[in-house]
Design a protein around this ligand. Structure first.
Ligand code: SF4
Length: 384
């Protein structure tokens, strides 16, 4: 008989055993419980029911193609005003994005690109030819591009419905939409912190329409600023309901707030225990999501390895060894820019699991898989 010190978790465990989805109130209890051992036991069992002894990682390239943005989210340290902050401006021409992705060779299974709401780059004229170029040159690479916030912005600029724009993006090769832009769905939170970006209903609608077009996606929550625990729990319930309406989310990724260089710096960094509770609560609340991702760049490799015992089953991607992530580095993350896949395997195996290489949609690959020789010779890049 397991020893449970928080009585609230007894009823929650019974619900889990009976296959009943947890409520918002259960979410708050999990997010605030002092009984971390029971929380971990429940979350680990839930992870193992979903993915057995596997923990995933992907060889990927990560690119921020532009940091120009006028949405002025208060937690953001990444965005620049192109007229006032020319020294920090990044706006890559399409050729540069492609060259950046290829810089360390074609042996990767996903290219992950996100940027700001840049009126000069976030358009179909820029993206459709670039997406086709990726697909022609690198058919084994899945395109994990944009957030729902970027797609909403691009749809409004082009006067297109979500159905129209996502149909065009799918046709050009979009495999997956990244999970950013969700922040916290609460209307109170969004009014206070990010009033100029897509609202919760439209964020969810973008993902639901994308899923109907056969585009997979991920979801996130930015935690550790001015949200309440009730708002975090409600966010989980809203994601679970969305997944029921239009399935297609693969992974949920908890994004810890980083305070450097933004207006919410007095909120301070999250704590290790808050991070761990978020992974475990996500695993238990999102019973219709297959994966919970512990993204090393956000909480750091050590916390993410510990998260594998608290419900997480994915450590995200290596990034390329010359990649430059700018969103979290501008906000003060001390994680590096790149993780060798051998390090992922070491950390996963030490946590007691089997490391599995994947792509965006969780097709599995041998660790030493490489693209066909003909393709390596065509692109003529190093490190194949
Ligand atoms: S979080 Fe995204 S939408 Fe908001 S200001 Fe930063 S780049 Fe722009």
């Amino acid at each position: 008989m397991a020893y449970v010190t928080d009585p609230a978790l007894v009823a929650i465990e019974r619900k889990i055993d009976d296959g009943i989805s947890l409520s918002r109130e259960d979410g708050v209890a999990l997010l605030s419980t002092p009984d971390l051992h029971t929380l971990g036991r429940l979350a680990k069992a839930a992870k193992e029911r979903k993915s057995g002894n596997k923990v995933f990682y992907v060889l990927n390239r990560y690119i921020n193609s532009t940091n120009v943005c006028y949405a002025n989210c208060k937690f953001c340290s990444f965005a620049v005003d192109e007229f006032k902050e020319k020294d920090r401006l990044v706006r890559m021409p399409a050729d540069e994005v492609f060259a950046k992705a290829m810089e360390t060779g074609p042996n990767f299974n996903q290219v992950h690109i996100v940027g700001g709401h840049d009126p000069k780059q976030l358009s179909l004229d820029y993206w459709i030819p670039l997406m086709r170029r990726f697909k022609e040159a690198l058919p084994h690479v899945q395109l994990s591009l944009f957030t729902a916030a970027e797609i909403d912005y691009m749809a409004r600029r082009h006067r297109l419905s979500y159905d129209e724009i996502l149909g065009s993006l799918r046709e050009a090769g979009l495999d997956n939409i990244n999970g950013g832009g969700a922040e916290v769905f609460s209307e109170r939170f969004r009014k206070l912190v990010c009033p100029n970006k897509v609202d919760a209903a439209h964020w969810l609608e973008v993902h639901e329409v994308a899923h109907r077009h056969g585009i997979a996606s991920n979801a996130t929550m930015l935690y550790g600023t001015v949200e309440t625990l009730e708002e975090r729990a409600e966010h989980f319930v809203m994601l679970r309901e969305s997944q029921k309406r239009s399935p297609g989310f693969n992974a949920f990724i908890p994004l810890a707030f980083h305070p450097d260089g933004n207006e919410l710096n007095d909120c301070g960094p999250t704590t290790g225990l808050d991070d761990i509770r978020m992974f475990a609560t996500a695993r238990l609340m999102l019973d219709n999501f297959d994966h919970i991702k512990a993204y090393w760049m956000i909480q750091g490799l050590k916390v993410c390895q510990a998260a594998l015992q608290f419900g997480a089953d994915d450590m995200d991607g290596t990034h390329g060894s010359t990649d430059e992530e700018r969103i979290y580095h501008a906000a003060g993350t001390s994680s590096g820019q790149y993780v060798d896949d051998r390090e992922f395997r070491r950390l996963i195996e030490e946590a007691g699991y089997v490391a599995v290489r994947r792509n965006s949609t969780y097709d599995e690959f041998a660790h030493d898989w490489t693209p066909p020789t003909a393709l390596r010779e065509t692109v003529g890049a190093p490190g194949a």
